[in-house]
Design a protein around this ligand. Structure first.
Ligand code: NAD
Ligand code: UDP
Length: 337
């Protein structure tokens, strides 16, 4: 297949590009580089050994997207391009409605104009809000708890509506749990701007010495060790899931909404220990108050993905820590892995 990846130069998009190339698909990337490094395409070409067309454009620019789709006729689009910071979405709602919701509408218009009728969409487990319990199944109620989450739900609904009314032949809404890790080649990974909000990038930067210690946000949750539990998923497993979901919906012309997680909950302290074991580095911690808005425990029931397109995560938390560290260490010029 030939596939256009919006946001394909970003963290999850670049790993998915590598996974698709490995499975013999052709890739075209459309990205405005708002949150991607300029050398990602060259790194991807080194990694895959393939020439990858890159279109520098904004998904809201319908003529540019139509032109890209006409120049590179594709079987499907995988839509990663979005803004993804919860705090920023609350500070600037219109920016998020514009980039995410208007951006997705414009992309869907361009696809309609170019007669592209299949899409895989990056949704998020954030659509479940504070769930009543875990493991979380796809039919749990959705809840909006912040503007980023609202944009994900609206985008999912737009895509489901177009599938229901047969404007799209096939669609997959993929609800990611907590993506972490990096490609084992060390060529691509996540580069957060400024102080990381998320646990794994923060821990990695403590390991390089860029930050003195990790603040553990709360140790009085109702979890085995009192710290927050999440379902971390290796980005390489997540990327493979995109390839399998895409192949499934295109082959069968169906529309699906599925969780992508491992089904395993890992606490903050367990992740710190796994990181120390995998890397041989010590992570100093300080117990801090709970972070507002955090849920105590949150993990997927990923059975539907396995039943539907035969995917299950293969990599464990130590793999995630080792690969995150390899990437972060190489960025920091440390050579001990
Ligand atoms: P990312 O920021 O690394 O990648 C997004 C890419 O889209 C970037 O390369 C950016 O330059 C590009 N982009 C942004 N706005 C654009 C626009 N208007 N036009 C063209 N390109 C644009 O983020 P990521 O972590 O790879 O996330 C990819 C998708 O997965 C997003 O939709 C995000 O909401 C979703 N998601 C991410 C996580 C996570 O923890 N990383 C979890 C759940 C869902
Ligand atoms: N966390 C922490 N210190 C940090 C960042 C995160 O203790 O510096 C905790 C956070 O409270 C949560 C878990 O790590 O329990 C995962 O947080 P992250 O922001 O990575 O994911 P999310 O909460 O969005 O699922």
């Amino acid at each position: 297949m030939r596939v256009l990846l919006t946001g394909g130069a970003g963290y999850i998009g670049s790993h998915t590009a590598a996974a698709l190339a490995e499975r013999g698909h052709e890739i075209v990337i459309l990205d405005n580089f708002a949150n991607a490094e300029r050398d990602v395409p060259a790194r991807l070409e080194r990694l895959t050994g393939k020439k990858i067309p890159i279109i520098e454009a904004d998904i809201r620019d319908v003529p540019a997207v139509v032109a890209a789709l006409r120049e590179h006729p594709v079987d499907a689009v995988i839509h990663f391009a979005a803004l993804k910071a919860v705090g920023e979405s609350e500070a600037d709602p219109l920016l998020y409605y514009d980039m995410n919701i208007i951006g997705t509408i414009r992309l869907l218009q361009a696809m309609q104009e170019a007669n592209v009728t299949r899409i895989v969409f990056s949704s998020s487990a954030t659509v479940y809000g504070q769930p009543d319990s875990s493991p979380i199944l796809e039919d749990f109620p959705t809840r909006v708890e912040n503007i980023y989450g609202r944009t994900k739900l609206v985008m999912e609904d737009l895509i489901r509506d177009l599938a229901r009314t047969k404007k799209l032949k096939a669609a997959a809404n993929l609800r990611y749990f907590n993506p972490v890790g990096a490609h084992p080649s060390g060529q691509i990974g996540e580069t957060p701007r400024g102080v990381p909000n998320n646990l794994m990038p923060y821990v990695s930067q403590v390991a390089t010495g860029e930050r003195p210690h990790l603040r553990v946000f709360g140790n009085d949750y109702d979890t085995p060790d009192g710290t927050g539990v999440r379902d971390y998923i290796h980005v390489v497993d997540l990327a493979e899931a995109h390839a399998l979901a895409l192949e499934h919906i295109v082959t069968n012309d169906v529309s699906i909404t599925v969780n992508l997680g491992t089904g395993e909950g890992t606490s903050v302290l367990q992740l710190v220990t796994a990181f120390e074991t995998a890397t041989g580095r010590t992570i100093p911690i300080v117990i801090a108050p709970r972070r507002p808005g955090d849920v105590s425990s949150y993990y997927a029931n990923p059975a539907l993905a396995e039943q539907t397109f035969g995917w299950r995560a293969k990599l464990n938390v130590e793999d995630m820590c080792r690969d995150s560290w390899r990437w972060q260490a190489s960025r920091a010029g440390i050579n001990d892995i």
